[in-house]
Unconditional design. Sequence first.
Length: 258
Amino acid sequence: MKKMSLFTICLIILVGSWVFLRFVVGGIISVPIPGSVIAMYMGLIVIAILVHISVEDSLFREFRRPILETLVDDKRRLHRRVLVVLIPLLLLGYTYSIIAQRANPPGSPRDAHPSPPLQLTYKDEVIGTMQDVVNPFRHYEKDDPEAFKAHVENGKRVYHQNCFYCHGDHLDGQGHFAAYLQPLPANFQDPGIIPNFQESFFFWRVAKGGPGLPAAGTPWDSAMPIWEDHLTKDEIWDVILFLSDYTGYQFRTFGEAH
């Protein structure tokens, strides 16, 4: 059997290393490796090969022998012609892969917090204008703490029966189903959520759910159902009281933020 040249061995090592990094490490053993990381490792491998063949003059002469023979030997004229065609084609394919536009999915124009309607409704009942409607049980917080506590407890019950699967036990948007939803459920522990919205806005979002969002909310990906089909008005208001009580954040009142 003809002995394999040093150049061929180095070429096999180089190609084999790329295949191992790209498809074995980055496909079977681990997650896909970024191209920049693969390029860094391949650079180290090339340096290691160059160091190895340059240690002795005999190794370097053995490495370059097939290259020189291919360039000057008349018996390898066909090899030269193949390389003259193959090398530009490889460079062309590599260049095209870099500059070609990829078929990326279109971005979603969805507005996370679309503007609410002027009037707040529950089913077909008009409750009032969005900016004027207040939680009918909020005044109990000062006027009748026991009654307020009862409404908060009822809101807690409703929340844990219906809402915690997505919004989580701690109202942090980390419920059992949260990781599988896009967009993610609201994190009520975020200081930028409750203090920036009125209770009437929350009532509207809960009552109408994802399907009830206006055009600005397209493509209506929210998984939240239309809760006015399942909860009473009082239950929705009680859940809103519970959100505020549990997190310690106060809802925004018209014209100011707390």
